[in-house]
Design a protein around this ligand. Structure first.
Ligand code: NAP
Length: 335
């Protein structure tokens, strides 16, 4: 077989199935036969034509996958054999039957982990791990506020903060009590419904006025003022998404004053465009810090209750993600 089916951005934010040649692995790349993939918000933005893939990356959608090794390129340094069970952080290509990836962004899948579980790990767990280890430089005793706590990144961040980085308190915001309770089941100490509560004040009350030392923020503009209020002196504010949309009018001056007076570190970050060496180091550190904890089930990939099957289900899966009902990762099985 020399061709494969895959999904790319179509007209008006829709998706389109195509037949393409199975790509040939190049320098330090492996070819993966995909069994399962997972959705990310970046896929929705790419499908809408607003987030082109980085230079050199395929236009096939999908930032992660789990499957089996189906080929290796020249100069690979790791010992690969066809059929090995792996997952991977992709620049693109997850919505297809096969994908190429740099061998340094490949994680081995333990025997007792399914492809569905493994597909839920690379993008959101490596993103959350990066935020805590490399960007916020989390230390034991840190107090966290995790916005969108029941999201893919949020559910990974809660577990990592509690079981790997030794956070002393973890607070979340989410849009329903069900999601807050779910976050507590993963290790959050308390949560606030951003639709009905003054969460910044609740965070200050819960920390005796001190505020949080690390804030993980994928919302952006609508939260800026409340974020500044909820943060402690010398806090690290990791800003990694804009789900709240564009800025409303009004002055930002008092907010900037708080950022200044509290010496808040506002840390913007993206993972996809980082250099292969950075991602390789991130994957190494992630495996060292989490392998045993996934094995004994202290950490677990979080799967949404809805599960999709087949290339033709991506459109429906995108609509489901847009509805904000999910908790954890939305998986699409391809085999
Ligand atoms: N910078 C990076 O490197 C990087 C990497 C990965 C992901 N991201 C970004 O991180 C964000 C989260 O990704 P994900 O895959 O974890 O998301 P997800 O699993 O799809 O969950 C997103 C959740 O966020 C909440 N939400 C959506 N719009 C909101 C708003 N306006 N205000 C408050 N809450 C809102 C919704 O839950 P509620 O019911 O609680 O509202 C929604 O279910 C996305 O923006 C994504 O692009 C960035």
């Amino acid at each position: 077989m020399s061709t494969m089916r895959c999904v790319v951005a179509g007209q008006n934010g829709g998706l389109q199935e195509e037949e393409r040649a199975i790509p040939e692995p190049k320098e330090r790349q492996v070819l993966i036969k995909i069994h399962a993939t997972a959705l990310n918000r970046a896929d929705l933005i790419q499908a809408a034509g607003k987030y082109p893939p980085p230079p050199g990356a395929t236009d096939v959608l999908g930032l992660e996958c789990a499957g089996t090794i189906a080929g290796t390129g020249p100069s690979c340094e790791r010992q690969w054999t066809d059929g090995m069970r792996v997952s991977a952080l992709l620049e693109g290509g997850g919505y297809g039957e096969f994908a190429l990836v740099d061998e340094r962004q490949v994680l081995l899948v333990p025997d007792d982990q399914t492809f569905v579980e493994a597909a839920a790990i690379p993008e959101v767990w490596l993103t959350a791990f990066q935020h805590l280890l490399l960007v916020a430089k989390a230390q034991p005793g840190d107090i966290l506020l995790v916005h969108a706590g029941a999201s893919g990144v949020g559910t990974a961040a809660i577990q990592l903060a509690k079981h790997v980085f030794g956070a002393s308190k973890i607070f979340v915001t989410a849009g329903s009590q069900e999601k807050i309770d779910f976050c507590k089941s993963l290790g959050a100490d308390d949560g606030f419904n951003y639709k009905t509560e003054d969460w910044a004040q609740r965070v200050l009350d819960a920390t005796d006025g001190a505020g949080v030392s690390i804030l993980l923020d994928p919302i952006g503009y609508p939260y800026v003022e409340s974020n500044a209020k909820a943060m402690a002196r010398d806090g690290r504010w990791v800003f990694y998404g804009l789900m709240g949309g564009p800025p409303s009018d009004g002055t930002m001056a008092p907010i900037l004053q708080q950022i200044l007076m509290k010496r808040i570190h506002l840390l913007g970050t993206t993972l996809r465009a980082r250099a292969p060496e950075y991602k390789a180091e991130l994957c190494n550190e992630f495996v060292k810090a989490t392998f045993d904890k996934f094995a004994d089930k202290t950490l677990r990939p979080v799967l949404d209750k809805k599960h999709f099957e087949g290339l033709s289900s991506f459109q429906e899966a995108h609509e489901y993600m847009k509805s904000n009902q999910s908790m954890g990762k939305i998986i699409v099985s391809l085999l």
